[in-house]
Design a protein around this ligand. Structure first.
Ligand code: DGL
Length: 247
């Protein structure tokens, strides 16, 4: 199976890495819209427009399935993308919710969802979790984490100050945290350390791999070929991918 992976930029490589390492696919085509990142603070109509342009881009590659690594796009534009695409389109949000369910979380445990402003405002994670019976769901837009990670800051004083800023007013200690943004797995350790109870972290990349294994149980490949494209500075994106051991 040949798949596309779409993100607003470089952050989606966290998802591409999990997909690459899963050895489920013969080929992955990655596209990051690095010229227009971040999407998380943009208007929904703008995100839909950019995402439909990405669908057009992927039409050149004869992919079987497009994985939307970006939580913001998954929350805003999946329906419109599916209407336009001649391949299946799957987002990461449902997979993240299923991952909480599969991690044997109890329905009364505290679940915290963090993501960009647009993702949290869409209410999609919150609604899907409630539909599955989870009673204690808190959601927080933590957009400042995105530029911090973009700066290559994955630990230390500055990050801890931002973590403190966001989490000081939480009503409950979470038992599970959904890292509802491509960038957040890179600061997962620091986020987890903030809490005394070592909450379980849900990553979009791991979650989507598990979800795809359930959807397509026959998939398996020895070697995955991967190609990288970006709307700006593709060699920079490729360098990051290589430094993460992808490709
Ligand atoms: N990729 C986005 C997400 O997962 C984060 C970066 C952005 O705001 O574009 O929500």
């Amino acid at each position: 199976m040949k798949i596309g992976v779409f993100d607003s930029g470089v952050g989606g490589l966290t998802v591409a890495k999990a997909l690459y390492e899963s050895q489920l696919f013969s080929e992955i085509v990655y596209f990051g819209d690095t010229a227009r990142v971040p999407y998380g603070s943009k208007d929904k109509n703008t995100i839909i427009r950019y995402s439909l342009e990405a669908v057009e881009f992927f039409k050149n590659f004869e992919i079987d399935l497009l994985i939307v690594a970006c939580n913001t796009v998954s929350a805003s534009a999946l329906f419109q993308m599916r209407e336009e695409a001649e391949f299946d389109v799957i987002g990461v949000i449902e997979a993240g919710v299923l991952a909480v369910k599969n991690s044997s979380a109890k329905l009364n445990e505290n679940i915290l969802v963090i993501g960009t402003e647009t993702t949290i405002k869409s209410g999609l994670y919150q609604n899907l979790l409630k539909d599955r019976g989870f009673q204690s769901v808190e959601a927080l837009a933590t957009g400042l984490f995105v530029p911090v990670v973009e700066e290559g800051i994955f630990s230390g004083k500055l990050l801890n100050a931002v973590i403190e800023h966001y989490f000081q007013e939480l009503e409950n200690q979470p038992e599970h945290i959904i890292l509802g943004c491509t960038h957040f797995p890179l600061i997962g350790d620091s986020i987890q350390k903030h809490f005394h109870n070592s909450p379980k972290l849900i990553h979009s990349g791991e979650a989507i791999v598990e979800h795809l294994k359930e959807l397509y149980p026959y998939l398996s490949e020895k070697r995955t070929k991967i190609q990288f494209f970006a709307s700006e500075n593709p060699s920079g994106l490729k360098r990051v991918a290589e430094s993460w051991g992808i490709g």
